[in-house]
Design a protein around this ligand. Structure first.
Ligand SMILES: C[S@@+](CC[C@H](N)C(=O)[O-])C[C@H]1O[C@@H](n2cnc3c(N)ncnc32)[C@H](O)[C@@H]1O
Length: 297
């Protein structure tokens, strides 16, 4: 493959979801009781989730968007043969150019947002000299120093998911997206800090090697929303077929805790360590102050 094409694939995070996996995900969502009036795939690519949604949720309106004109033409051609296509809307759109709150207001509730947003970080994008990136991208509101030390590096998919959850917050919608598990965890922390109205969330691990031939820790991240709900614990399952959680993560004092049940059991130790750390910090500060006084003197 030519270098120019490889650069384009990386910049646009162009790794299409296999049809079989998209179908499994759609069925899983339906069997979990998610019953949307509108399904939106904001970066639909060649349309695996569009087809899976048409098959699995025949009554829902379906909206597909992608920045790539060729993909939009391809899907539009494919759906001409579908009988009840009145409720399928496919359009070319740049995710970063849309006002998502306004956009979602034009569709029937409840909305399910589904898909697999681009897999690239802001740092990789700048190495590629790419421009497919949001302009105002400091989603976590990092300070200048944190931004300089690299903490402000983010995944494009993280930005996409947070933007969508922010716009869905206050509704009865849901979001189900394939992403890295690290992205799902970062999103959860951000939801808590922004107090978005999440009622339930879960992570279902997916074998990325098998489905995408890449070695990343990928998952289906599901967030269900409800007005006035603020629940930021998240249950992790081994795969889409498992009913038994392997872990429950959560946010405590703004920090992600890997196992909230174990944390509850042992939190007294953490509090003691925290007090001790504060004591040592204060001691060091006063020693430094004394040294300063001595030097000045
Ligand atoms: C990882 S692929 C997934 C495609 C599809 N969602 C799927 O699951 O098969 C990411 C898709 O995002 C699209 N994309 C990248 N940047 C975009 C943008 N700024 N706006 C809309 N779509 C974009 C790419 O063209 C590509 O089709």
């Amino acid at each position: 493959m030519k270098n120019k094409n490889i650069k384009k694939i990386k910049e646009f995070g162009d790794f299409q979801t296999p049809r079989l996996l998209a179908r499994q995900i759609a069925l899983f969502l339906r069997n979990s009781g998610i019953d949307p009036s509108t399904i939106i795939e904001p970066t639909c690519g060649t349309g695996s989730f569009i087809h899976a949604s048409i098959e699995t949720f025949p009554k829902a309106d379906i909206v597909g968007m992608d920045i790539n004109k060729d993909y939009i033409e391809l899907i539009s051609e494919k759906i001409t043969s579908i009988k009840h296509k009145k409720h399928i809307f496919i359009k070319q759109a740049d995710f970063f150019a849309l006002d998502w709150k306004k956009e979602l207001n034009t569709y029937k509730d409840p909305i399910l947002i589904i898909g697999n947003p681009p897999w690239i970080t802001s740092a990789e994008m700048s190495i590629l000299n790419g421009s497919n990136i949001p302009i105002k991208s400091n989603i976590h509101r990092y300070s200048g120093l944190e931004a300089k030390t690299g903490r402000s590096i983010f995944y494009i998919s993280e930005w996409v998911i947070i933007t969508l959850l922010n716009s869905l917050s206050g509704s009865n919608g849901a979001l189900a997206m394939f992403c890295k598990t690290s992205v799902a965890r970062r999103v959860l922390v951000c939801c808590e800090s922004k107090k978005l109205m999440i009622s339930k969330s879960s992570i279902h691990l997916i074998d990325s090697k098998r489905h995408f031939n890449v070695s990343v820790n990928g998952c289906l991240f599901i967030c269900q929303l409800k007005p006035n709900s603020q629940s930021y614990s998240c249950t992790i399952f081994q795969n889409l077929n498992s009913d038994h959680p392997i872990q429950e993560i959560g946010i405590i004092d703004g920090n992600l805790v890997a196992n909230i049940h174990l944390y509850e059991k042992w939190k007294h130790l953490h509090i003691q360590v925290f007090r001790y750390k504060k004591y040592v910090d204060n001691l060091l500060m006063s020693l430094l102050d004394r040294k300063k006084c001595y030097n000045n003197w």
